[in-house]
Structures are given as C-alpha cells and as structure tokens.
Write a protein that binds this ligand. Structure first.
Ligand code: HEC
Length: 107
C-alpha cells in the first residue's frame, strides 16, 4: 500500500517535469492530434503544417499565450470551447506552443 503511494508520487513528479521540458512538443501534439476537433481543421499554422481556413491564420494573428488560453478555454464565435475535453495542462501547453512558434509573446 505504502509502496504504491510512493511509486505513484514518483511517477507523477516524472510526468510533470517531462511536461515542462517538452512543453512545445506536447503543445504541438495537442494542436495536431489531441484536441477534438483538431485545431488544424480550422487554423493555418506553418509549424504544425496546417492550412485550415475556417478560423484566423495563427501565423498572422500571432496570439499571445493568454489569448490562446482564453480562446481555447471558452471558445470564440463558432470556435468550440475545449475546457471539457482538454485538461488545463493541455490548454497551457497548446497556448505556449502557438505563442512560441508565432512569436506571439514577443509582440
Ligand atoms: C471548428 C473550427 C475551429 C477549431 C477546431 C478551432 N478553432 Fe480557433 N477559431 C476558430 C474561429 C472561427 C475563430 C474566430 C472566432 C471569432 O473571432 O469569431 C477562432 C479563433 C481562435 C483564436 C483567436 C482568438 C481571439 O482572441 O481572437 C485562437 C488563438 C484560436 N482560435 C486557437 C485555436 C486552437 C489552439 C485550437 C485547438 C485547441 C482551435 N483554435 C480550434 C475556429 C476554430
């Protein structure tokens, strides 16, 4: 019993430090695969190789991290909210990813 708890604590710590190191990679996976419907269906983002044209071109919009978090969490217009299908960790990772690859945080 005690051993299980220790193992669990160790593996959780491992997961969170991995998430930190691989945030951009993880965010890219959320963008291209984990979000349903996928962000790629609606958005153009060169780094993700997507050419969706239903929503704004993210390479041009260059949204900040906060702007992505807000759009993904609550939805905007016809863009669905993902707060029930993605964890806050996934939302933060995708926001970090989009802002990073578009230089959205440097505007
Ligand atoms: C079904 C199509 C669709 C999907 C899927 C989708 N979006 Fe959108 N997105 C839109 C549309 C349309 C808008 C513009 C909404 C408006 O301004 O009325 C938008 C707007 C945005 C904006 C700009 C918000 C703002 O502040 O103006 C960001 C950032 C964004 N989407 C990121 C994402 C990310 C990241 C994902 C995946 C988790 C995603 N979108 C999935 C259609 C979509």
């Amino acid at each position: 019993m005690r051993k299980t708890a220790v193992l669990l604590a160790v593996s959780l710590t491992g997961i969170s430090s991995l998430a930190q190191a691989g945030d951009v990679e993880k965010g890219k996976q959320v963008f291209t695969q984990e979000a349903q419907p996928s962000c790629t269906v609606c958005h153009t983002l060169a780094d993700a190789g997507s050419a969706g044209a239903i929503g704004p071109n993210l390479d041009e919009l260059k949204p900040s991290r906060e702007r992505v978090i807000s759009a993904v969490t609550g939805g905007v217009g016809i863009m669905p909210a993902f707060n029930e299908s993605l964890s806050s960790e996934q939302i933060e990772a995708v926001a970090h990813y989009v802002a990073k690859v578009t230089d959205g945080d440097k505007k």
